[in-house]
Structures are given as structure tokens and as C-alpha cells.
Design a protein around this ligand. Structure first.
Ligand SMILES: *Cc1c(COP(=O)(O)O)cnc(C)c1O
Length: 375
């Protein structure tokens, strides 16, 4: 598309690298740090983010579906690329042509991979997903031993690792994570059994709050992008060096107008001015990821000050009250996410207003607007 959008997502490469290095320090020395770059790297751009993590020393990347993995490999990313959600039988050859690692959770997939491996006369490494308490993807712990036994009889299959996932690692006080980790350890993760076996279960919460659960690899998502999995509580809890949010969302004022007391604003007139009000119109709406649920609730920064969203958020537009901010003009920069002068609007703050989590805000903003990258 020709022409630059008013709405720009700005991603800081140095913040991405900083977060990677900081998390690497938190994990045990020999622990590999896999970068979860699914959902277009939580809205930060899969390729650009992967490049930044590579520069910081990353060799392991995780995506949800095979198409993402193929795109990543085609773009020249080296190292291991793990596909977490399985695959359709018709796509099996892609694992071989693009050198990808499937995470499997049923023996049928293993058989399909095995038969392709035999056809191509090569070996493929697979990791097994075990459900130790998330109640999502994975085989159950009591099926594990038999599963691996069958797996190891399949020609062309190399059993390279096992994975699980924590449902409550963002709650440092919860005992659930320790219990679940014990279940994971009981699967015979002990490195003596299969020396090169890669075991991984810790997500951001695991890395930050349960360092003992590191194993041979950890998988960071939200923390790589500068957010704590437990939101503002995590920011307050953090000591020492902090994660740095990598995303800013900025736009420009389209028009400014002053209306009299008693004027209805936007669809449904859900906001009626209670005084003479100066309104700035912004080219951002729910199509751009600014959820309609933030109508009459959201805040933005302009001239370094806070202004409230008034009236309903439309598809491509919304209105803010700038009565208390001097000389706002069309073209002025508005920040919806991130810092402007000395104030900052965080993904956690927006998430709180929406009853959501920073993860969703980053995806909504990042994946619905043009992105630019800065150092
Ligand atoms: C998304 C995801 C992660 C990363 O979780 P964060 O909380 O963002 O760190 C780790 N493992 C799996 C299987 C995931 O799907």
C-alpha cells in the first residue's frame, strides 16, 4: 500500500535485545532461551524481532503453526525453529525441507513424520508435549512412558526433547507451579537417561519467579517484549534491572474543534459535554486495535499530558478531550501506548481498563498498524 498511515507502531530493537539478554542472565548458565515469536512476535513483527533476538544470541525460536515457521526460515533465520501446534498431514514434508522441529502430542503425527523420514532417508528430531496440569495440548503424564517407547521404535524419528507448559507461573505465591514441575521432573527428565534430551517447561513466569524450573531450555514470550506476565504487580515486584517495553503506538491529530456545553459526541451520543469542550479527532479506531470497550474510558498522551477518550470509539476514528491542554493543533503527535515526555501509558494500564492482559493489547496494536523499527 502506498502512503504512510497516520498510525505508527514503533518498535525498539535495543529494547528487544536488552530483554533477551536480561532473561538469559536470569536463566541458568547452560539453559537455552527460546524466543516465542508466535502471533507475529506478539505484534512486534516476527522477522525483525527474531533478528534482534539473534543478535542478542538467540538460537531457538517458537511459533504456533508451520506456515509461520516456513516464513521465518525463508527469511534467513538460522537456528532451531519449533512448531508448537502440530501440522496437517499434507504439510509434513515442510519440516524436512525447512529444517523445522515439530512438537508432537499424538502418535499418529509421529507415524506420519516417520514415514516421510524413511522416504527421504533422513532423521527428524521431535519433541513431545506433555500436559502436566495446563489442561491444554499434550499427552497425559501416565501415557508418557508408553508413548516414548513407541516413538523410539519408529524409524527416522529422533526423540530430542520433551515440553510442558505452566498455567500459573505468573503467580509467585501459588504452589501449583512447583507441583506441576515435580510431575514434569518425574517423567525422567533427568539428563542421565538420554543425555542430549532437551527439557523445557518454563514460560516468562517460570523464568522470573521459578528459576529452579529452568531445565535445559526456557521459552520466553511476553517478557521479551518488555512486559511482566503478572502485569503491574510484576513491574512493582521487579528488583534490579527491569524489562523494557519495546512497543510504542503513536498517531496524529486530524482535526480540533470547540463545542458548547451539552453537545453529544460520536455514535449514540454516549458522552454529552458538561462544559465548553475542545475536542481532538484521532484517526484511530477499533480497526486499528483500539478496542471499542475503551469508549469513554481510554487515555492518550498529547503534549506530554493525559487526555481522555470521549464518546464511542468508531471503526477508524475516536475523539479525545483536550480542553485542559494548551494549543492542540491538527498534526500534533498523540501517543496511545508508550512514553511521551515524562508520562507513559503502558499495555498493562490499557489491559486493566479492558479486563484483559498486555499480551492482547500488543497483538491488537502491533498486528493492525504499520510498524517501523528504531534502535
Ligand atoms: C506463548 C507460549 C509461551 C510464552 O509464554 P509467555 O507467558 O508469553 O512467556 C511459552 N510456551 C508456550 C507453549 C506458549 O504457547
Amino acid at each position: 500500500m502506498l502512503g504512510k498511515s497516520f498510525n505508527q507502531i514503533e518498535i525498539s530493537r535495543s529494547a528487544l535485545r536488552h530483554n533477551y539478554k536480561l532473561l538469559k542472565q536470569l536463566a541458568r548458565t547452560k539453559t537455552r532461551l527460546l524466543a516465542m515469536v508466535k502471533a507475529d512476535a506478539y505484534g512486534h513483527g516476527m522477522l525483525e524481532s527474531s533478528l534482534a533476538f539473534s543478535e542478542a544470541g538467540c538460537h531457538d525460536f517458537g511459533v504456533a503453526e508451520i506456515a509461520e515457521a516456513v516464513e521465518l526460515r525463508k527469511s534467513g533465520i538460522e537456528g532451531n525453529i519449533f512448531v508448537f501446534l502440530g501440522f496437517a498431514a499434507a504439510d509434513v514434508s515442510l519440516f524436512f525441507s525447512y529444517d523445522l522441529i515439530p512438537i508432537i502430542y499424538d502418535i499418529e503425527s509421529a507415524r506420519i513424520l516417520s514415514s516421510e523420514a524413511v522416504t527421504q532417508n533422513v532423521e527428524i528430531t521431535v519433541h513431545v508435549k506433555v500436559d502436566c496440569g495446563m489442561t491444554r495440548l499434550g499427552i497425559m503424564p501416565d501415557e508418557f512412558e508408553e508413548f516414548v517407547a513407541v516413538l523410539q521404535t519408529l524409524p527416522g524419528i529422533k526423540y530430542g526433547g520433551l515440553a510442558s507448559h505452566f498455567p500459573r507461573a505468573d503467580e509467585p505465591e501459588s504452589s501449583q507451579t512447583r507441583e506441576q514441575f515435580l510431575r514434569f521432573e518425574c517423567l525422567g527428565v533427568s539428563e542421565s537417561k538420554v543425555p542430549e534430551l532437551v527439557a523445557h517447561t518454563a514460560n516468562s513466569g517460570g523464568i522470573l519467579y521459578f528459576p529452579d524450573s529452568s531445565c535445559s531450555m526456557v521459552r520466553a514470550g511476553i517478557s521479551l517484549y518488555g512486559y511482566y506476565p503478572d502485569g503491574e504487580t510484576g513491574v512493582e515486584r521487579a528488583t534490579g534491572e527491569k524489562l523494557q517495553p519495546a512497543m510504542r503506538f503513536k498517531t496524529k491529530v486530524l482535526q480540533v474543534k470547540t463545542v458548547t456545553k451539552g453537545t453529544g459526541v460520536s455514535y449514540g451520543h454516549t458522552y454529552i459535554t458538561d462544559k465548553e469542550t475542545t475536542i481532538a479527532v484521532l484517526p484511530v479506531g477499533y480497526e486499528d486495535g483500539l478496542s471499542r470497550s475503551l469508549s469513554n474510558k481510554g487515555e492518550v498522551l498529547i503534549h506530554g499530558k493525559r487526555a481522555s477518550v470521549i464518546g464511542r470509539i468508531c471503526m477508524n476514528l475516536c475523539m479525545i478531550d483536550v480542553s485542559d491542554i494548551d494549543s492542540v493543533q491538527a498534526g500534533d503527535e498523540v501517543v496511545l501506548l508508550g512514553r511521551q515526555q515524562s508520562d507513559e501509558i503502558t499495555g498493562d494500564a490499557i489491559a486493566n481498563l479492558m479486563g484483559s492482559i498486555s499480551y492482547e493489547i500488543l497483538c491488537l496494536f502491533g498486528n493492525n498498524n504499520q510498524r517501523t523499527y528504531v534502535e
